[in-house]
Design a protein around this ligand. Structure first.
Ligand SMILES: Nc1ncnc2c1ncn2[C@@H]1O[C@H](COP(=O)(O)OP(=O)(O)O)[C@@H](O)[C@H]1O
Ligand SMILES: [Mg+2]
Length: 151
């Protein structure tokens, strides 16, 4: 069975001037697609948890090693595949209030999601999806995301 997510020998070295910091070294992780799992990464401050999350999310480029999602190397994703990857792999941030710009209306935040992930044809259609009483945002999006913004 193709792994859902596989990291092999992932490392990250941050360099600024002469100083280098090894944030992650030779990290392996294998997540099978089934059964669904919750995996916790625990470690002391500075041990590389955020760096690891950044690599999985595609925000941080590893210095070494490989990351595969459903058999596809993250470094070789086409633009379209990368968009698809972002639909499936997302962060639920610890501070929900810090994530949303208070100057935006909630409606605008939903519009952004529908537009960026092309979940609906045009704004009116997207609004019907996000406000319909019997359809939740998560089920409409077709993703396995567990978090729905509520404020
Ligand atoms: N952008 C960066 N530039 C330089 N060093 C960094 C950067 N991000 C993190 N680090 C360093 O990498 C190490 C791991 O950091 P981090 O991944 O944030 O760990 P954690 O989330 O477990 O606290 C720390 O020593 C941190 O100072
Ligand atoms: Mg951290």
């Amino acid at each position: 069975m193709t792994a859902l997510l596989e990291m092999r020998g992932a490392s990250k070295v941050y360099a600024s001037g002469k100083r280098t910091v090894v944030a992650l070294q030779d990290f392996d992780l294998l997540l099978e697609p089934a059964p669904a799992k919750i995996v916790t990464i625990a470690g002391e401050s500075g041990s590389g948890k955020t760096t690891l999350a950044g690599i999985v999310l595609g925000f941080v480029a590893p210095s070494d090693g490989e990351v595969h999602f459903r058999g596809h190397d993250l470094r070789r994703l086409s633009r379209a595949d990368r968009k698809e990857y972002r639909r499936h792999v997302q962060a639920v941030f610890q501070d929900p209030y810090g994530v949303f710009n208070p100057f935006y209306r909630v409606r605008h935040v939903f519009d952004l999601v529908f537009r960026n992930f092309e979940l609906a044809r045009g704004r009116p259609s997207g609004r019907r999806c996000s406000s319909g009483p019997s359809r939740s945002w998560a089920s409409t999006s077709g993703t396995s995301s567990t978090s729905t913004p509520t404020s």
